[in-house]
Design a protein around this ligand. Structure first.
Ligand SMILES: Cc1cc2nc3c(=O)[nH]c(=O)nc-3n(C[C@H](O)[C@H](O)[C@H](O)COP(=O)(O)OP(=O)(O)OC[C@H]3O[C@@H](n4cnc5c(N)ncnc54)[C@H](O)[C@@H]3O)c2cc1C
Length: 524
């Protein structure tokens, strides 16, 4: 776990001795990941050689220049939720931007904010709400970094209305050679932060993608992000105390409808009509196990209720209606939804029923997510068995159909928690113009179950590719499975990595490893 001779001293000289640390008590904390399988097989094996805490773009440039001079690797991180933030080799420095946690600007009139890398959604939303604005927060939780999330997915609970990964405007980006590149309006002298595009070719696509580059192409140090209208109170109306809290949103502007359909296809058709009618702020099919986990005050309560609940919660869509412009908008949207529900033989859950009460957090979670923190509790590990596959709603439903046999197989082996509801988390983005599915699974916190998860996850990619469908997001090495099936885009990505990071110091292995890690397929 050591750096090349002189490198640690050089980092201390650049950042100040207090802002570099190689104490094992600290570095160990950066070597573990919630996903147990990756913890054992990949992370946990290597503590980072050091953790560096820069306070400015210039200091980040200094670290990256030193990495090139001394030949060590670095990983830029946000709040470290994602597996690619864990070192997979010994000579890695974590660039942790904890000291860069300021909202540099909140432009109410032009509806954008400029943030440093450690600004969280909770932090930004609290400020944005004060001026009647908001931002879509990911189900990863409002505790994650706004910037990291926009670089990786950027798909939030309000994606139906606010859009999918549409938030990035201008950026300052330190390239792997240490140069500072300014994107969007930042590229024009004194043009400021308001615009993400520019005259001519724009490189924004290199920092923004379904999965982004995962720190493999340097570090973005400042970003402006788009904000959206928000018709709610200036202070988010949370009532109660963790773990028993709920959102008390004004009823003349916000309304949650939970609708049960006879089949997933009818649910999908209703979703299309909601999109065509351009109503609602958030539209999701909600998974049974996470709705229950979110509602239970203890793990014991979850396990007491789950055997019955998994028979009750099936094909249920949560539609969060919001009167953005006025209470009349909300009344109008309710009427439109009534017709759609009627046309597709849906049934509203009675607002006094236990089932409705169990799912009633869905509207608050769409606006300001916190539930994923609870999802790890019932079984130890949780994730989605692949999914994503951004395309039409029909594509989403077909994807779900080939995923469930893989999941069933795993719970028959005793590795995943049984889920007879077969309910997915299905999201609408951009008024149902596209969508994705994430079947949520709970599994034991052990190596065998973890291996089944990883194999199942890769299995979903293989199945999608076989069917010429859009696969699950292929993180890192998995891009070697999807690339050949999709115009060999992986070769283009390797070319970019080589061009921008010729010394391979920026999170090596991302966006993808240069060499195919998978054995060649059998001859047939
Ligand atoms: C349970 C769970 C649920 C999730 N749900 C959603 C969801 O609904 N919607 C969604 O959009 N995402 C979701 N995600 C993914 C999540 O958005 C990302 O994990 C998010 O980026 C985490 O934020 P973070 O601050 O922890 O980033 P980190 O995990 O610290 O970083 C994420 C990646 O970006 C790189 N990175 C971070 N900062 C920078 C930077 N400044 N410059 C260059 N590279 C950088 C890191 O190297 C890493 O590879 C989910 C993840 C989990 C684990």
């Amino acid at each position: 776990m050591s750096l090349p001779l002189g490198a640690y001293q050089a980092l201390e000289d650049a950042l100040g001795p207090k802002n570099v640390c190689d104490d094992p008590a600290v570095t160990t904390a950066y070597s573990y990941m919630w996903l147990l399988y990756s913890t054992h097989v990949q992370s946990g094996r290597y503590r980072p050689a050091a953790v560096a805490l820069p306070s400015s773009t210039e200091e980040i440039q200094a670290i990256i220049q030193l990495a090139n001079r001394y030949g060590f690797n670095y990983i830029p991180v946000g709040t470290n939720l994602l597996p690619p933030t864990i070192p997979v080799r010994p000579d890695t420095v974590i660039i942790d931007p904890k000291r860069m946690n300021r909202i540099l600007k909140l432009d109410e009139k032009n509806m954008y904010a400029v943030v440093e890398p450690y600004v969280t959604y909770a932090q930004l939303q609290a400020e944005a709400h004060k001026v009647g604005l908001s931002i879509t927060t990911p189900e990863a939780g409002s505790q994650v970094s706004v910037m990291a999330n926009n670089l990786f997915q950027g798909m939030g609970g309000m994606g139906h209305k606010y859009g999918f990964n549409r938030g990035i405007l201008a950026c300052d980006w330190v390239l792997p050679n240490g140069d500072l590149l300014k994107l969007g309006s930042r590229g024009n002298n004194a043009a400021g932060w308001f615009w993400g595009d520019c005259a001519g070719v724009n490189l924004k696509g290199l920092v923004r993608a379904d999965t982004g580059h995962c720190g493999g192409l340097g570090m973005v140090t400042t970003m402006s992000v788009k904000l959206f209208p928000y018709p709610g109170p200036r202070i988010y109306p949370v009532k109660g105390a963790n773990p028993d809290f709920h959102m008390d949103l004004p009823k003349d502007r916000f309304c949650l409808k939970l609708i049960q359909f006879k089949s997933k296809h009818q649910l999908g058709d209703a979703m299309y009509d909601i999109g065509h009618s351009e109503i609602a702020g958030a539209v999701h099919e909600e998974g049974a196990n996470w709705i229950l986990a979110d509602n239970c005050l203890s793990v014991e309560e979850f396990w007491e209720r789950w055997p019955k609940f998994q028979h009750q919660w099936k094909n249920i869509m949560a539609v969060s209606l919001m009167g953005f412009s006025s209470p009349r908008q909300l009344e109008y949207e309710k009427k439109v939804l009534d017709d759609i529900v009627n046309d597709h033989e849906g049934t509203y859950l009675d607002e006094n029923s236990d089932l409705y009460k169990t799912g009633s957090h869905a509207i608050g979670e769409a606006l300001r997510c916190g539930m994923s923190n609870r999802l790890y509790r019932p079984a130890g590990d949780f994730f989605v068995l692949g999914g994503f596959g951004f395309d039409s709603i029909d594509h989403t439903i077909r994807t779900s159909e080939f995923m469930w046999p893989i999941i069933e197989d795993a719970y028959k082996k005793g590795h995943f928690v049984e889920d007879l509801s077969h309910s997915d988390w299905v999201n609408s983005y951009q008024m149902c113009h596209f969508s994705e599915v994430e079947p949520i699974i709970y599994f034991e916190h052990d190596i065998e179950a973890g291996a089944t998860f990883i194999n199942g996850y890769v299995g979903t990619i293989v199945e999608a590719v076989k069917r010429k469908m859009m696969p699950t997001w292929p993180l890192g090495p998995m891009t070697w499975i999807t690339g050949p099936a999709m115009c060999n885009y992986h070769e283009l990505v390797i070319g970019m990595k080589k061009l921008l990071d010729p010394r391979t110091t920026s999170n090596p292995g991302y966006p993808l490893p240069e060499v195919n890690p998978f054995p060649p397929p059998p001859a047939q």
